[in-house]
Design a protein. Structure first.
Length: 466
């Protein structure tokens, strides 16, 4: 007898997961400096256990929902939108989780509002309580984001007057707006690609990475992906210029979205436009949008060097790992080339990414949405820096256009692993914290197993014994 699955059980189980995330985050999340607890404190330990208990419950709810989506009568997109809202609700007022990047966003917005050059100076230049919340590694690092996001952050800084709770809530609302755009775009993109809209929503916006990192973490990748999805939907219809404008705005949040302009061009060609006209129209729209957005933001063109922003020395991107290993080997051999190992591997990764992107677009020209998803996945996988939420760049569009169920299954497996890869504080892992996190996850597995056993137990016989 299989574990009984229905939409209500999925809603309740996922809600329990995000509720435990929010509760545990109150003591183990990426808290403001003045609220941080010592990692060894009892409250912080219980919070960490609670967060990973919630993560495993959320993953289980998502997998069970996937069974419903693959069933004979899958939930409608409207029903899945409701599931997303229910699961996300406890996270709305939770502290930041799994990263301290949102504090950097707020500090950079305050810098722009104060007419400081965020592409020359780091948050340390701002000073004050808000800058103190930024992780030490990024205190002196220039902003790696485009003028559209910095204009949003600046407007938020002006509205909240530097008040941290209001700023955090505002940034989460911006992220939620991005997730809403993603959810609205996915069914249309899926129908265009010949995919199931319910399956696309399940993998593209209901997956744990979206809830953990875009909602709970309030990352600006949400607004980037939301604008990108909206631009592609516009390009599918009769508004290719609007599509190019929206995709350009997405790229002016984070640069990888610029690859979406190639999809806009191909979608126009598929609609019957001449290639030269499609390229010219897209280029003019992108150029005009870039000039206008940069002028409105008032940040200047320093964002063009944003890709040179340094990465964490302990980044676990593939090329960074290989670079550090190569550097260590060269040091043992007494070579003077050891300092060049990491930059060399980063350069090789960029070259490999370029080759892969060209090959993907050449082979998948008739399927531009899928080609864009695979290209963004390659950029994330072989770039010089990687975080779990970077996987969403490609996953969002692969969910909309994956040609087979097996592709979705492989992507879902990667999602489940990455959902467990980061501590709620956003800091480095130590042995004690790892033990607590595993304990929380194991406790959730035990609870789920007991629930399964109870559901499968035969009902007691009725009637009286004479």
């Amino acid at each position: 007898m299989a574990f009984p699955v229905d939409l209500r059980r999925c809603q309740v189980l996922g809600l329990a997961g995000t509720a435990f995330l929010a509760l545990g985050g109150d003591t183990a999340g990426a808290l403001p400096v003045r609220e941080l607890l010592a990692p060894a404190s009892v409250r912080a330990a219980l919070g960490l256990i609670g967060v990973y208990f919630g993560v495993v419950l959320l993953i289980a709810a998502w997998l069970l929902l996937g069974r419903l989506v693959r069933g004979a009568e899958p939930p409608t997109p409207r029903a899945l939108f409701l599931v997303l809202a229910i699961w996300a609700a406890p996270l709305l007022l939770a502290p930041p989780l799994f990263s301290r990047d949102v504090y950097s966003y707020l500090a950079q917005g305050a810098m722009v509002d104060a007419h400081m050059d965020v592409y020359t100076h780091g948050p340390a230049q701002l000073g004050g309580p808000l800058a103190d919340e930024v992780a030490p590694l990024w205190q002196h690092t220039a902003a790696p984001y485009g003028p559209v996001f910095l204009a949003l952050a600046s407007a938020l800084a002006g509205l909240t007057r530097g008040e941290l709770p209001a700023g955090l809530f505002g940034m989460r609302l911006v992220a939620l707006f991005g997730v809403a755009l993603m959810a609205a775009a996915l069914p249309r993109l899926a129908r265009h690609s010949g995919a199931d809209p319910a399956a696309a929503l399940w993998l593209g916006v209901l997956n744990p990475l979206v809830l953990l990192h875009l909602v709970a973490g309030a990352h600006n990748d949400a607004i980037m992906l939301g604008l990108l999805g909206a631009g592609l939907v516009a390009a599918l219809g009769r508004w290719p210029v609007l599509g190019a404008v929206l995709v350009t705005l997405a790229a002016l949040v984070k640069a990888p979205a610029a690859l979406g302009l190639a999809a806009v061009v191909l979608l126009q060609i598929r609609a019957g436009h001449r290639p030269a006209k499609a390229v010219l129209t897209t280029a003019l729209a992108a150029g005009a949008t870039t000039v206008a957005a940069t002028a409105v933001a008032g940040t200047g063109y320093g964002w063009t060097g944003a890709l040179d922003t340094p990465v964490s020395p302990q980044n676990w991107a593939l090329t960074s790992l290989l670079g550090r290993a190569t550097g260590a080997l060269l040091e043992r051999l007494g070579s003077d080339l050891a300092p060049l190992a990491v930059p060399a591997w980063h350069l090789l990764g960029l070259a490999l990414t370029s080759v892969l992107v060209v090959a993907i677009w050449w082979r998948l020209r008739p399927r531009p949405v899928y080609a864009l998803g695979l290209s963004l996945a390659a950029v994330a996988a072989f770039g010089p820096a990687i975080r779990p939420w970077y996987a969403l760049w490609g996953l969002f569009l692969i969910a909309a256009a994956a040609p087979t169920t097996s592709v979705r299954h492989r992507v879902a497996a990667v999602t489940g692993v990455l959902a467990l890869a980061t501590l709620p504080s956003g800091g480095p892992v130590d042995t004690a914290q790892l033990v607590l996190a595993v304990s929380g996850g194991a406790l959730a597995v035990v609870v789920l197993w007991q629930a399964r056993q109870a559901a499968q137990a035969p009902a007691p016989a009725s009637g009286r014994t004479v």
